[in-house]
Design a protein around this ligand. Sequence first.
Ligand code: GDP
Ligand code: MG
Length: 603
Amino acid sequence: IPIERYRNFCIVAHIDHGKSTLSDRLLEFTGTISANGSNKQILDKLDVERERGITVKAQTCTMIYNHKGEDYLLHLVDTPGHVDFRAEVTRSYASCGGALLLVDASQGIQAQTVSNFHLAFAQDLALIPVVNKIDMPSADVPRVLEQMETSFELNPADAVLVSAKTGKNVPSILPAVIEQIPAPQGDTSKPLRMMLVDSWYDNFRGVILLVRVFDGQVKAGDSLVSLGTGNRYTVGEVGIQYPGPVPQSVLRAGQVGYMFFNPGMKRIQDAKLGDTFTTVSAENLVEPYPGFEEPKPMVFVGAFPVDQSDYGRLADSISQLTLNDRSVTLQKDFSEALGSGWRLGFLGSLHCSVFQDRLRQEHGGSVIITDPTVPTRVVWADGTETIYQNPAEFPTTDDHRMRGAAVYEPFVKATITMPEEYLGRVIELCESIRGEQKSLEFFHTTQVILQYDIPASQLVDDLFGKLKGATKGYATLDYEDAEWRRSDLTKLQLLVNKVPVDAICRVIHTSQAERLGRQWVTKFKEHVDRQMFEVVIQAAAGKKIVARETLKPFRKDVLAKLHASDITRRRKLLEKQKAGRKRLRAVGNVTIDQSAFQSFLAK
Ligand code: GDP
Ligand code: MG
């Protein structure tokens, strides 16, 4: 099949609008998968993606479709639906000529439709409006068409109205793809120029690369060089996903396919997404792609084994999980309260919670994960700066280095959509979390798009849940990194008998210190057992104590009575203590059961 009859496209949609269902339908319709339903949602490969119904990594599937008597080679590139994976989305778009802009007929345009539209538009993709779920009683097709026209200037006459569920009208999508999306440009006779779109780890083959060939061609046995790393490789196999890997003799300009090397690429870190590859002989002839910004971690958590003897086991599974996800950053961490563990960095809060889920699935109650935090930046009096990823390391306000220093916190640009009736409540919520309104737009008489700059720390603090709560679940949220802003931040610490518990501390806005401090001491008190002496639990912002609780000591006679009256109970208690001994942690002169931290840190 010649390059004029290739089409590379993706589906741009808000989560749950039916991207996976429509992909399955297209694959069935072209005979790529069977229609008996045995391999549903073929593109959502990772288990966690299936479970949560989200796509984390870009995938691709090739289809062959006969249009007016000629075979076309169509590559459907599935993109992650969530903003945390913006870099992946951008790269997938770069490998496509166009996209289906899919909108749920009963929901209309939502936050991720808006932000993904802007990304796709910036990449110059040809867009085909597709309205899905027209079978639903609540479908309002004219409203959605009007929204698409006013917000995106898409012509309602070009729209394809489908039901991915029943299959209605799905066959008219592919002719539209062929007629409206341009064929890829590329010259097979030129030296190889190929971009790395995605990669994943395979135990037998090493790193597998998903590539888009822009010029030239590539086959098994070719010697390649990465212009990003300078590393050289010999190609072991090339092929297309159809829908599983199907080896090919050659990948040509215009195609999207997979390859692995022989010997295999060992480290996923060597597969730099956006990197350019060419043949060794053309190393100096080919211009590298500008590449893509390395994603920066935005959300950090600490992970610690409840029992230090589990350290090795936890280390293994964390490295297994990071093997396939280079965007997780990993550092060893030590906490006096929790022992040895790690500090993990993620692209955003969903990314973080996906990882937490996987870790919990494997380790259940034997891992402690601290509250997610965002980084803070300090510009010192001498002009140098430090970015703190771990709040425990952030200097307190009375630290002498803080004299003349400026403190910054990250803000994000949030896009929120909601029905108009909730506008008042959403604005109230955004203002209460120090948001700054940027724009307000009605894109249909009853729907509103609101843009706010919001502290990233609020996003991590379940802004999404709060928004849903304020709008009966109708609000949608999307966001992108914005900037560092100067801010009045302070380090809030929990003290037990005057000694800071290093695992429980956060850098927060000064205005929140008292409220959060109060919450902490009340909650922590519930989880600490009484001791033989008085325990004072305090929350401190710098030198200032903002909240305090006291735990009264046991009275001697209570203990005596217990001991005398119930021998078996006492024996049980002793046995339990013995089993729990290694889990006890000393904070100052107070011994605290590890499970106290666990219950405190659990939401
Ligand atoms: P994705 O998040 O965009 O991949 O959305 P999915 O394909 O997972 O679909 C989300 C939900 O909408 C699923 O429960 C689907 O069964 C349902 N769905 C998808 N397309 C249709 C449709 O055309 N009609 C109806 N009634 N439901 C649909
Ligand atoms: Mg999906």
